[in-house]
Design a binder for this molecule. Sequence first.
Ligand SMILES: [Zn+2]
Ligand SMILES: [Zn+2]
Length: 262
Amino acid sequence: MAKIVPLFSSSKGNSYYIQGNGTAILVDAGRNLKQIELALAANDLSMRSVGAIFVTHEHSDHISALKVLLKRYNIPLYASRGTLHYLVSNDKVPPTARLNVIEDVIETDDFRVQRVETSHDAAEPCGYHITTPDGRRLSIVTDTGYLTDDAKKAISRSHLAVVESNHDIDMLKNGMYPYILKKRILSDCGHLSNEACADALPHFVGAGLTRIILGHLSEENNTPHLALTGAIDSLNRAGMALESDYLIDVAPVATNGKSMLF
Ligand SMILES: [Zn+2]
Ligand SMILES: [Zn+2]
């Protein structure tokens, strides 16, 4: 069994802790170090167990702890070439950082981690498909305007997936955001809507996905209830039943002490 602990998830900050057999990896570090350490401690976890950090892209809600974190712990960092280039050029990592480009797939601490293509307005964004030391598979796909074929393939091969369910389209359209920001979020390089996420889920559950975490919910243009009911309704319509066919939860803005085994 492996475990994922969503530490933070929203445009205020994102970080996921994934535990295999004793070792762990962190995907994104988008709050300050103190907050991430406190979130780990609240789950009886520690940064000392983290063998590698993977970053999806350079937006601050995914990297804001990096510089201080890597100074304090010097854990190897993995990201795409474009993301690393941005981080170095913009002084977001310390000069001593152990940087590793992930071109396709790498193995570290018995985890196998493969890049997943996302579509987002960042230098070279990606998601990750992770195989834990005991062969359990999860995908983390957030910050994407649509689900690429690569992302669909990765999620279909997963036991657990964190899939973005960012906004309710009507709430966003009728909300207070400036037009230009609405356009960005709705674009192919923006964020995945509840509707797009919900539409895709039956295919994934049909392919064998049993655990779903809806992630990166907007605090302005979404509610956990809307995201969850949209997803469950869509799966119901496809004849897939909660509890017997799949489990689903929403990644909290900040850890609520819940984790998901897979
Ligand atoms: Zn983000
Ligand atoms: Zn982003």
